[in-house]
Design a protein around this ligand. Structure first.
Ligand SMILES: [Zn+2]
Length: 441
């Protein structure tokens, strides 16, 4: 597509903040200094154009969990939350449920101004082909995505094998059929549900394909030695994407920074699961934000993460949420080999969001952070472009029918919830000794 966006204030970069006024031209998927004369124009008067947001850690498979009935004893700790909620939900998923979840989650991402989602998928009874189903659903909507299957020993040896095989199969397929909007990582659940053998196998697959490992690390105190174990098995490097890091001790934090690994911070999820407060100082530049499945609205996530930070640290700069979102774009840029991703400078992939936000106070490089925290939000998302193609126009998805997707999802959710009701709590738990010495259910 060749188009010029006219009349907008353009936030060219979030870190450092750079704002320009004037037309923004897009040609052949990229921002260009000037569009060819034949280019069409889209009037963006009174709007602010920002780089598309990146959600650095999510679980689209949880999209149909919204409002689901819960009839077991209330969970009292993090392990029980997994055993009684998420490890039941994932086992109840079939491929239709996976597709529906991806469509609902993908649509939610686009409509809230998120152009890239980095997903961590689990469906132990529908593993084979699940990543294709997600890739097709997201690709159909026009979302950029980074996918993996979360390998775990919690459901027994055959599911472990299937998980590894799904990561391998999907990465092989991506090598063969290059899809511009999809990349893969190798997924691993968390240290405490992985045997040494399985953890090493995940690390080997990642090394074979030259991609990173995407793994939960120290989300709760139950996941001890997670980073230490990764490092000891050569599984921690600049491609590794760790999620949470709430309970990292100083030694492990030093390992993360020395390896230049990415640490996805999921403030709202940490609050919701009462797992504690991540000590996030020292990771700047490698500290993207994730939602851990609580939608994909990065305006909301970044704002909440900032307020939570400010509760303890009144000196935290207003630029903090913007810098963390820029970290997310850097992560996605590294995975897609697009160093300019997340900027709106000439040569960058045209992933952008048009916000219908007629700023009531001056908006410039100095004030944009204040607008982000106290004014801007996903409710202003009017248009979304991914890789130079419109994915949302005038608040409606270009490639999906919102009502149809919601209608189908409600039917799928009913079936999913029925299957879920038949499942008791998951019986997996870490056994004594070193926490990673586990037995499967
Ligand atoms: Zn997660």
């Amino acid at each position: 597509m060749t188009v010029t966006l006219t009349g907008a204030t353009v936030v060219e970069s979030l870190d450092p903040v750079s704002v320009a006024v004037g037309p923004l031209a897009v040609d052949q998927g990229r921002i260009v200094p000037e569009a060819p004369r034949s280019a069409g124009a889209r009037d963006c008067s009174g709007c602010v154009v920002v780089p598309g947001n990146v959600c650095a850690h999510t679980h689209l498979y949880s999209a149909l969990a919204r409002g689901m009935p819960y009839r077991l004893e209330p969970p009292e700790d993090f392990l029980q939350i997994l055993q009684r909620i998420w490890w039941r939900l994932d086992r109840a998923l079939d491929l239709d449920g996976v597709r529906s979840s991806a469509l609902v989650g993908g649509l939610d991402a686009l409509l809230s101004g998120t152009t890239t989602v980095i997903d961590h998928h689990a469906s132990p009874n529908a593993v084979d082909g699940s990543l294709d189903v997600i890739a097709d659903a997201l690709g159909g909507l026009g979302v950029r995505s980074v996918l993996c299957y979360e390998t775990s020993d919690r459901d027994g040896a055959s599911v472990t094998e299937s998980g590894l095989a799904e990561n391998r199969r999907f990465l092989t397929r991506l090598e063969r059929d290059r899809r511009p909007l999809v990349r893969g990582l190798v997924g691993a659940h968390a240290s405490f549900t992985l045997s040494d053998e399985t953890l090493r196998a995940c690390i080997e697959v990642a090394a074979d394909f030259g991609v990173g490992l995407h793994v939960h690390a120290a989300e709760d105190a139950i996941d001890v030695h997670a980073v230490e174990r990764l490092a000891a098995n050569d599984g921690l490097d600049e491609r590794t994407l760790l999620a949470h890091g709430v309970h990292l001790d100083e030694r492990e934090a030093a390992l993360v920074t020395a390896a230049d690994a990415w640490l996805a911070h999921n403030a709202r999820s940490n609050m919701n699961n009462s797992v504690g407060r991540a000590h996030i100082a020292g990771y700047d530049g490698r500290l993207p934000l994730g939602t851990d499945g609580i939608g994909s609205d990065m305006f909301e996530e970044s704002r909440t993460a900032y307020f939570r930070l400010r509760e303890d640290d009144g000196g935290a700069a207003a630029s903090w949420p913007l810098a963390r979102l820029a970290d997310g774009a850097r992560l996605a840029g590294a995975i897609f080999d697009e160093p300019l991703l997340g900027t709106l400078r000439a040569g960058a992939p045209a992933d952008l969001v048009v916000l219908d936000y007629d700023a009531p106070t001056p908006l410039d490089a100095e004030s944009v952070a204040g607008h982000w925290i106290f004014g801007l939000g996903s409710r202003f998302v009017r248009d979304v472009m991914v890789a130079g193609e419109w994915a949302v126009l005038d608040r409606k998805p270009v490639h999906g029918d919102v009502r149809q997707i919601a209608h189908d999802a409600r039917l799928e959710a009913k079936l999913l919830w029925q299957r879920l009701d038949e499942l008791g709590p998951h019986t997996f738990e870490p056994k004594g000794g070193p926490r990673w010495q586990t037995t499967a259910a």
